[in-house]
Design a protein around this ligand. Structure first.
Ligand code: NAP
Length: 299
Protein backbone atom coordinates (compact mmCIF):
# COMPACT_ATOMS: atom_id res chain seq x y z
CA UNK A 1 0.00 0.00 0.00
CA UNK A 2 1.42 3.36 -0.96
CA UNK A 3 0.31 6.77 0.27
CA UNK A 4 0.36 9.68 -2.15
CA UNK A 5 0.07 13.30 -1.17
CA UNK A 6 -2.71 15.15 -2.96
CA UNK A 7 -2.90 18.86 -3.56
CA UNK A 8 -3.85 20.42 -0.25
CA UNK A 9 -1.79 17.88 1.68
CA UNK A 10 -4.39 15.13 2.14
CA UNK A 11 -3.15 11.58 1.89
CA UNK A 12 -4.83 9.06 -0.37
CA UNK A 13 -4.31 5.31 -0.27
CA UNK A 14 -2.93 3.66 -3.39
CA UNK A 15 -3.33 -0.07 -3.79
CA UNK A 16 -0.48 -1.89 -5.51
CA UNK A 17 0.31 -5.33 -6.89
CA UNK A 18 1.18 -6.41 -3.35
CA UNK A 19 -2.20 -5.46 -1.86
CA UNK A 20 -4.18 -8.43 -0.50
CA UNK A 21 -7.88 -8.69 -1.23
CA UNK A 22 -10.89 -9.11 1.05
CA UNK A 23 -14.58 -8.47 0.47
CA UNK A 24 -18.21 -9.35 1.02
CA UNK A 25 -20.53 -11.30 -1.29
CA UNK A 26 -24.32 -11.02 -1.25
CA UNK A 27 -27.28 -9.83 -3.29
CA UNK A 28 -28.19 -7.03 -3.19
CA UNK A 29 -24.96 -5.67 -1.75
CA UNK A 30 -24.91 -1.95 -2.59
CA UNK A 31 -26.25 -1.09 0.92
CA UNK A 32 -23.44 -2.97 2.71
CA UNK A 33 -21.39 -0.92 5.16
CA UNK A 34 -18.78 -3.65 5.63
CA UNK A 35 -16.35 -1.93 3.19
CA UNK A 36 -16.58 1.24 5.32
CA UNK A 37 -15.85 -0.46 8.64
CA UNK A 38 -13.20 -2.84 7.31
CA UNK A 39 -11.25 -0.33 5.20
CA UNK A 40 -11.30 2.24 8.04
CA UNK A 41 -9.59 -0.19 10.39
CA UNK A 42 -7.28 -1.71 7.74
CA UNK A 43 -6.02 1.77 6.91
CA UNK A 44 -5.69 2.78 10.57
CA UNK A 45 -3.54 -0.34 11.12
CA UNK A 46 -1.60 0.46 7.91
CA UNK A 47 -2.32 -3.03 6.59
CA UNK A 48 -1.98 -3.55 2.85
CA UNK A 49 -5.44 -5.02 2.25
CA UNK A 50 -8.43 -3.77 0.25
CA UNK A 51 -12.03 -4.76 1.09
CA UNK A 52 -14.77 -4.50 -1.53
CA UNK A 53 -18.48 -5.36 -1.88
CA UNK A 54 -19.26 -7.88 -4.64
CA UNK A 55 -22.79 -8.52 -5.93
CA UNK A 56 -23.25 -12.29 -6.33
CA UNK A 57 -26.68 -13.64 -7.32
CA UNK A 58 -28.00 -16.88 -5.84
CA UNK A 59 -27.27 -18.99 -8.94
CA UNK A 60 -23.73 -17.58 -9.26
CA UNK A 61 -22.46 -18.56 -5.82
CA UNK A 62 -20.39 -21.58 -6.88
CA UNK A 63 -18.58 -19.75 -9.68
CA UNK A 64 -18.05 -16.71 -7.44
CA UNK A 65 -16.41 -18.86 -4.73
CA UNK A 66 -14.14 -20.53 -7.32
CA UNK A 67 -13.31 -17.07 -8.68
CA UNK A 68 -12.38 -15.63 -5.28
CA UNK A 69 -10.09 -18.61 -4.67
CA UNK A 70 -8.53 -18.27 -8.13
CA UNK A 71 -8.02 -14.54 -7.57
CA UNK A 72 -6.08 -15.33 -4.39
CA UNK A 73 -8.44 -13.50 -2.00
CA UNK A 74 -7.39 -13.82 1.65
CA UNK A 75 -11.00 -14.20 2.73
CA UNK A 76 -14.49 -12.78 2.46
CA UNK A 77 -17.73 -12.15 4.31
CA UNK A 78 -20.96 -13.78 3.22
CA UNK A 79 -24.37 -12.18 3.59
CA UNK A 80 -27.97 -12.65 2.42
CA UNK A 81 -28.86 -14.85 0.52
CA UNK A 82 -25.73 -17.06 0.76
CA UNK A 83 -25.10 -17.64 4.49
CA UNK A 84 -26.44 -21.22 4.39
CA UNK A 85 -25.72 -22.23 0.77
CA UNK A 86 -22.03 -21.29 1.05
CA UNK A 87 -21.46 -24.23 3.42
CA UNK A 88 -21.41 -26.82 0.63
CA UNK A 89 -18.52 -25.05 -1.12
CA UNK A 90 -16.23 -24.95 1.95
CA UNK A 91 -13.51 -27.42 2.95
CA UNK A 92 -14.13 -27.03 6.70
CA UNK A 93 -16.52 -25.18 8.99
CA UNK A 94 -15.98 -24.55 12.68
CA UNK A 95 -18.22 -25.83 15.49
CA UNK A 96 -20.09 -22.56 16.08
CA UNK A 97 -20.95 -22.08 12.39
CA UNK A 98 -22.02 -25.71 12.17
CA UNK A 99 -24.41 -25.40 15.14
CA UNK A 100 -25.73 -22.00 14.09
CA UNK A 101 -26.15 -23.44 10.59
CA UNK A 102 -24.75 -20.41 8.77
CA UNK A 103 -21.39 -18.99 7.72
CA UNK A 104 -20.69 -15.25 7.49
CA UNK A 105 -16.89 -15.36 7.26
CA UNK A 106 -14.60 -17.40 5.01
CA UNK A 107 -10.83 -17.61 5.40
CA UNK A 108 -8.81 -18.78 2.36
CA UNK A 109 -5.55 -20.36 3.44
CA UNK A 110 -3.25 -22.78 1.58
CA UNK A 111 -5.88 -23.16 -1.11
CA UNK A 112 -8.52 -24.28 1.40
CA UNK A 113 -11.75 -22.55 2.43
CA UNK A 114 -12.58 -22.34 6.17
CA UNK A 115 -16.05 -21.16 7.29
CA UNK A 116 -16.91 -19.32 10.52
CA UNK A 117 -19.85 -17.53 12.07
CA UNK A 118 -18.74 -14.31 13.77
CA UNK A 119 -22.28 -12.89 14.26
CA UNK A 120 -22.44 -14.38 17.74
CA UNK A 121 -19.15 -12.72 18.70
CA UNK A 122 -20.50 -9.44 17.32
CA UNK A 123 -23.65 -9.81 19.41
CA UNK A 124 -21.62 -10.49 22.57
CA UNK A 125 -19.23 -7.58 21.93
CA UNK A 126 -21.92 -5.12 23.11
CA UNK A 127 -21.84 -6.65 26.60
CA UNK A 128 -18.05 -6.59 26.64
CA UNK A 129 -18.08 -2.90 25.62
CA UNK A 130 -20.51 -2.06 28.43
CA UNK A 131 -18.87 -4.48 30.90
CA UNK A 132 -22.16 -6.32 31.53
CA UNK A 133 -21.87 -9.86 32.87
CA UNK A 134 -24.16 -12.48 31.34
CA UNK A 135 -23.39 -15.21 33.84
CA UNK A 136 -26.56 -16.93 35.09
CA UNK A 137 -28.95 -14.28 33.72
CA UNK A 138 -32.43 -15.08 32.34
CA UNK A 139 -32.85 -14.09 28.69
CA UNK A 140 -35.97 -13.72 26.55
CA UNK A 141 -35.26 -13.83 22.80
CA UNK A 142 -37.93 -12.64 20.36
CA UNK A 143 -37.82 -14.40 16.95
CA UNK A 144 -36.37 -17.72 15.81
CA UNK A 145 -34.55 -16.98 12.53
CA UNK A 146 -30.87 -16.79 11.57
CA UNK A 147 -29.95 -13.89 13.87
CA UNK A 148 -31.70 -15.64 16.80
CA UNK A 149 -29.56 -18.75 16.25
CA UNK A 150 -26.34 -16.71 16.51
CA UNK A 151 -27.67 -14.85 19.58
CA UNK A 152 -28.70 -18.09 21.31
CA UNK A 153 -25.34 -19.74 20.56
CA UNK A 154 -23.45 -16.75 22.00
CA UNK A 155 -25.56 -16.48 25.15
CA UNK A 156 -25.40 -20.21 25.91
CA UNK A 157 -21.66 -20.26 25.22
CA UNK A 158 -21.00 -17.60 27.88
CA UNK A 159 -23.15 -19.42 30.44
CA UNK A 160 -26.48 -17.63 30.81
CA UNK A 161 -28.83 -19.22 33.37
CA UNK A 162 -31.87 -19.70 31.13
CA UNK A 163 -33.23 -18.70 27.74
CA UNK A 164 -36.75 -18.59 26.34
CA UNK A 165 -37.32 -18.25 22.60
CA UNK A 166 -40.63 -16.49 21.96
CA UNK A 167 -41.81 -16.36 18.36
CA UNK A 168 -44.96 -16.18 16.27
CA UNK A 169 -44.05 -19.59 14.84
CA UNK A 170 -43.62 -21.85 17.85
CA UNK A 171 -42.66 -24.86 15.67
CA UNK A 172 -39.63 -22.91 14.41
CA UNK A 173 -38.80 -21.78 17.96
CA UNK A 174 -38.98 -25.39 19.19
CA UNK A 175 -36.66 -26.52 16.36
CA UNK A 176 -34.13 -23.92 17.51
CA UNK A 177 -34.48 -25.18 21.10
CA UNK A 178 -33.94 -28.79 19.98
CA UNK A 179 -30.78 -27.77 18.12
CA UNK A 180 -29.28 -25.93 21.13
CA UNK A 181 -30.61 -27.75 24.20
CA UNK A 182 -27.32 -29.61 24.71
CA UNK A 183 -25.66 -26.25 25.44
CA UNK A 184 -27.91 -25.16 28.32
CA UNK A 185 -31.33 -24.39 29.78
CA UNK A 186 -33.54 -23.26 26.88
CA UNK A 187 -37.26 -23.45 26.05
CA UNK A 188 -39.67 -22.17 23.41
CA UNK A 189 -43.02 -20.39 23.63
CA UNK A 190 -45.63 -18.71 21.49
CA UNK A 191 -45.19 -14.97 21.94
CA UNK A 192 -48.97 -14.47 21.80
CA UNK A 193 -49.44 -16.72 24.85
CA UNK A 194 -50.05 -14.99 28.21
CA UNK A 195 -47.36 -17.19 29.82
CA UNK A 196 -44.77 -14.88 28.15
CA UNK A 197 -45.61 -12.25 30.75
CA UNK A 198 -44.26 -14.43 33.57
CA UNK A 199 -40.98 -14.85 31.68
CA UNK A 200 -40.86 -11.09 30.98
CA UNK A 201 -41.14 -10.34 34.70
CA UNK A 202 -38.10 -12.52 35.46
CA UNK A 203 -35.98 -11.55 32.43
CA UNK A 204 -32.62 -9.77 32.87
CA UNK A 205 -32.19 -9.45 29.09
CA UNK A 206 -34.76 -8.98 26.32
CA UNK A 207 -33.54 -9.27 22.70
CA UNK A 208 -35.41 -8.52 19.47
CA UNK A 209 -34.04 -10.63 16.60
CA UNK A 210 -37.01 -10.06 14.26
CA UNK A 211 -37.02 -7.39 11.52
CA UNK A 212 -40.04 -5.70 13.18
CA UNK A 213 -39.23 -1.98 13.39
CA UNK A 214 -36.47 -2.02 10.77
CA UNK A 215 -36.46 0.87 8.28
CA UNK A 216 -38.84 1.68 6.54
CA UNK A 217 -41.34 -0.08 8.87
CA UNK A 218 -40.25 1.99 11.86
CA UNK A 219 -43.68 2.05 13.52
CA UNK A 220 -43.60 -1.74 14.16
CA UNK A 221 -42.31 -3.64 17.21
CA UNK A 222 -42.71 -7.15 18.62
CA UNK A 223 -45.78 -7.62 20.86
CA UNK A 224 -44.23 -7.27 24.33
CA UNK A 225 -45.49 -5.24 27.26
CA UNK A 226 -42.43 -3.30 28.49
CA UNK A 227 -44.33 -2.22 31.63
CA UNK A 228 -44.11 -5.84 32.88
CA UNK A 229 -40.38 -6.23 32.26
CA UNK A 230 -38.15 -6.10 35.34
CA UNK A 231 -36.79 -2.53 35.65
CA UNK A 232 -33.15 -3.71 35.72
CA UNK A 233 -33.43 -5.65 32.44
CA UNK A 234 -31.22 -4.74 29.46
CA UNK A 235 -33.07 -4.39 26.14
CA UNK A 236 -31.16 -5.18 22.94
CA UNK A 237 -32.37 -4.85 19.34
CA UNK A 238 -30.16 -6.41 16.64
CA UNK A 239 -31.58 -3.91 14.12
CA UNK A 240 -29.32 -0.91 13.36
CA UNK A 241 -31.55 1.10 11.00
CA UNK A 242 -33.00 3.16 12.60
CA UNK A 243 -30.47 3.69 15.37
CA UNK A 244 -33.31 3.49 17.90
CA UNK A 245 -36.22 1.28 16.93
CA UNK A 246 -39.69 1.72 18.41
CA UNK A 247 -38.81 -1.31 20.58
CA UNK A 248 -35.81 0.53 22.09
CA UNK A 249 -37.65 3.85 22.40
CA UNK A 250 -40.41 2.06 24.32
CA UNK A 251 -37.80 0.36 26.56
CA UNK A 252 -36.12 3.70 27.34
CA UNK A 253 -39.48 5.09 28.50
CA UNK A 254 -39.33 2.50 31.29
CA UNK A 255 -35.71 3.36 32.14
CA UNK A 256 -34.02 0.30 30.61
CA UNK A 257 -30.44 0.28 29.38
CA UNK A 258 -30.68 -0.26 25.59
CA UNK A 259 -28.24 -1.63 23.00
CA UNK A 260 -28.67 -1.57 19.22
CA UNK A 261 -27.41 -3.70 16.32
CA UNK A 262 -24.44 -1.43 15.54
CA UNK A 263 -22.46 -3.35 18.16
CA UNK A 264 -23.30 -6.68 16.50
CA UNK A 265 -22.42 -5.48 12.99
CA UNK A 266 -19.13 -3.86 14.01
CA UNK A 267 -18.28 -6.76 16.32
CA UNK A 268 -18.82 -9.44 13.68
CA UNK A 269 -16.58 -7.44 11.34
CA UNK A 270 -13.83 -7.16 13.96
CA UNK A 271 -13.97 -10.90 14.66
CA UNK A 272 -13.79 -11.66 10.90
CA UNK A 273 -10.82 -9.34 10.40
CA UNK A 274 -8.93 -11.04 13.24
CA UNK A 275 -9.29 -14.37 11.42
CA UNK A 276 -8.07 -12.97 8.10
CA UNK A 277 -5.06 -11.03 9.37
CA UNK A 278 -4.28 -13.44 12.22
CA UNK A 279 -4.06 -10.84 14.98
CA UNK A 280 -5.58 -10.75 18.46
CA UNK A 281 -6.71 -7.15 18.64
CA UNK A 282 -8.67 -5.02 16.24
CA UNK A 283 -10.01 -1.57 17.09
CA UNK A 284 -13.67 -2.49 17.40
CA UNK A 285 -14.59 1.00 18.71
CA UNK A 286 -13.17 2.57 15.54
CA UNK A 287 -15.26 0.14 13.47
CA UNK A 288 -18.40 1.11 15.37
CA UNK A 289 -17.68 4.82 15.04
CA UNK A 290 -17.07 4.42 11.27
CA UNK A 291 -20.34 2.48 11.00
CA UNK A 292 -22.27 5.01 13.06
CA UNK A 293 -20.99 7.94 10.96
CA UNK A 294 -21.78 6.10 7.72
CA UNK A 295 -25.32 5.42 8.94
CA UNK A 296 -25.83 9.08 9.90
CA UNK A 297 -24.46 10.28 6.54
CA UNK A 298 -26.48 7.52 4.77
CA UNK A 299 -23.39 6.47 2.77
P1 NAP B 1 -34.80 -14.42 9.41
O1 NAP B 1 -33.88 -15.57 9.41
O2 NAP B 1 -35.73 -14.22 8.27
O3 NAP B 1 -35.65 -14.49 10.79
C1 NAP B 1 -36.55 -13.49 11.13
C2 NAP B 1 -37.35 -13.89 12.37
O4 NAP B 1 -38.30 -12.85 12.61
C3 NAP B 1 -38.17 -15.17 12.20
O5 NAP B 1 -38.40 -15.75 13.46
C4 NAP B 1 -39.48 -14.61 11.64
O6 NAP B 1 -40.61 -15.40 11.88
C5 NAP B 1 -39.61 -13.35 12.44
N1 NAP B 1 -40.44 -12.37 11.74
C6 NAP B 1 -40.19 -11.82 10.53
N2 NAP B 1 -41.19 -10.96 10.22
C7 NAP B 1 -42.07 -11.00 11.23
C8 NAP B 1 -43.31 -10.36 11.49
N3 NAP B 1 -43.84 -9.48 10.63
N4 NAP B 1 -43.97 -10.64 12.64
C9 NAP B 1 -43.44 -11.53 13.50
N5 NAP B 1 -42.27 -12.18 13.33
C10 NAP B 1 -41.60 -11.91 12.20
O7 NAP B 1 -33.99 -13.05 9.53
P2 NAP B 1 -32.60 -12.81 10.30
O8 NAP B 1 -31.47 -13.05 9.38
O9 NAP B 1 -32.66 -13.55 11.57
O10 NAP B 1 -32.64 -11.23 10.54
C11 NAP B 1 -33.55 -10.67 11.46
C12 NAP B 1 -33.16 -9.22 11.76
O11 NAP B 1 -31.87 -9.20 12.36
C13 NAP B 1 -33.09 -8.33 10.52
O12 NAP B 1 -33.64 -7.08 10.86
C14 NAP B 1 -31.61 -8.20 10.26
O13 NAP B 1 -31.26 -6.98 9.64
C15 NAP B 1 -31.06 -8.22 11.70
N6 NAP B 1 -29.67 -8.69 11.76
C16 NAP B 1 -28.75 -7.82 12.28
C17 NAP B 1 -27.43 -8.20 12.36
C18 NAP B 1 -26.41 -7.24 12.89
O14 NAP B 1 -25.21 -7.45 12.67
N7 NAP B 1 -26.79 -6.20 13.62
C19 NAP B 1 -27.03 -9.49 11.92
C20 NAP B 1 -28.00 -10.35 11.43
C21 NAP B 1 -29.33 -9.93 11.35
P3 NAP B 1 -41.13 -16.51 10.80
O15 NAP B 1 -40.12 -17.61 10.84
O16 NAP B 1 -42.46 -16.87 11.35
O17 NAP B 1 -41.19 -15.80 9.49
Amino acid sequence: MAKLSKEGGNLSIIYTGKTKNLGVIGYPIHHSLSPVIQNTVLQSMELDYAYIAMPVKENELESAVKGLKALNFSGFNVTIPHKINIIKYLDEIDGAASLIGAVNTVLIKNDRLYGYNTDYEGFLSAFQAKKFSLKNINGLILGAGGAARAVVYGLLKVGVGSLCIAARNVVKAQKLVDDFKKMGNIKACDWADVSVNEILQKADLLVNTTPLGMYPNVDKMPPVDMSILSSKAIVYDVIYTPEKTKFLIEAEKYGHVVLNGEYMLAGQGAAALKKWIGCKDVDIDLMRIALHEALIKKI
